[in-house]
Design a protein around this ligand. Structure first.
Ligand SMILES: CC(C)(COP(=O)(O)OP(=O)(O)OC[C@H]1O[C@@H](n2cnc3c(N)ncnc32)[C@H](O)[C@@H]1OP(=O)(O)O)[C@@H](O)C(=O)NCCC(=O)NCCS
Length: 227
């Protein structure tokens, strides 16, 4: 197990960071596909569609071809929320990581580095909501290279965010994940984050029943000892 250390993002890390983000999201496609296959609507389409075609045309071949052509379409649907998310973030906060995360005191972006490679990422931005009574930080883009998982890197990155939040006088850290990202949910829960709810965000998420799950970590008073 190679040692790693956590440091602030530098422009030269960009290629690694974008790669980690894209791979980290793309790896959820198979689980989303399996979930999609189990949805009642999909089962009806997969069984009822070919059956209806068979009854109407009397052709087994047509019915089989219809079933087979549905699978790539369902795979496309399962992939879409993840590619949409990556495309959107690369157009917004991640288009210029230094500008978005490192130009103000209350935000930051870190990487975990091991053997001169970036193997983990996490970012944090303040939540800009004037109705909030507490000062709130949002955690973004936690991702660890698949070959470096299970070594506590994600935990260390989240702790870095929590420590930063405390140092900057935030009272809460929030984040969004999804009901497909089971390792991430286990990680956040094991670190004391509490689930506050879930929602269906966009049309692709609705189609594949991908719920965004919201978590919060309430920081003890800033005077308490370090995390
Ligand atoms: C989620 C992710 C960041 C975890 O990274 P990691 O470095 O392997 O996590 P850690 O080694 O720090 O594990 C910390 C805790 O997370 C949980 N965890 C991590 N992987 C897990 C898994 N496969 N199954 C169940 N729990 C898991 C455990 O509670 C673990 O604590 P433990 O080792 O004391 O049991 C990583 O799997 C990843 O990058 N996934 C793809 C991107 C993604 O989904 N990111 C989340 C964005 S919200």
């Amino acid at each position: 197990m190679a040692p790693y250390h956590i440091r602030k993002y530098q422009e030269s890390d960009r290629k690694w960071v974008v790669g980690l983000l894209s791979r980290g999201m793309a790896e959820h496609t198979p689980a989303t596909f399996r979930r999609l296959l189990k949805l009642p609507g999909t089962l009806i389409l997969l069984l009822g569609g070919p059956l209806a075609l068979l009854l109407a045309s009397g052709s087994w071949l047509l019915a089989l071809m219809f079933s087979l052509s549905l699978l790539p379409a369902l795979w496309f649907l399962a992939k879409k929320p993840w590619t949409e998310y990556v495309d959107k973030t690369l157009r917004t906060d991640m288009s210029d990581i230094t500008k978005s995360y490192l130009s103000e005191r209350g935000s930051c972006f870190w990487v975990a580095e091991s053997e001169e490679k970036v193997v983990g990422t996490v970012g944090a931005l303040p939540v800009d909501d004037p109705t909030l009574r507490e000062k709130r930080l949002q955690l973004f883009h936690l991702s660890v290279d698949s070959e470096h998982r299970g070594q506590g890197i994600a935990k260390a990155l989240v702790r870095t965010v929590l420590q930063f939040a405390r140092d900057q006088g935030y009272s809460e850290v929030v984040l969004n994940t999804s009901n497909i990202q089971l390792s991430a949910m286990a990680l956040y829960q094991s670190m004391g984050f509490k689930k506050t709810g879930q929602s269906l965000c966009c049309v692709w998420d609705r189609l594949v029943a991908l719920h965004t799950v919201h978590f919060i970590y309430r920081l003890p008073s800033a005077q308490a000892g370090s995390l």
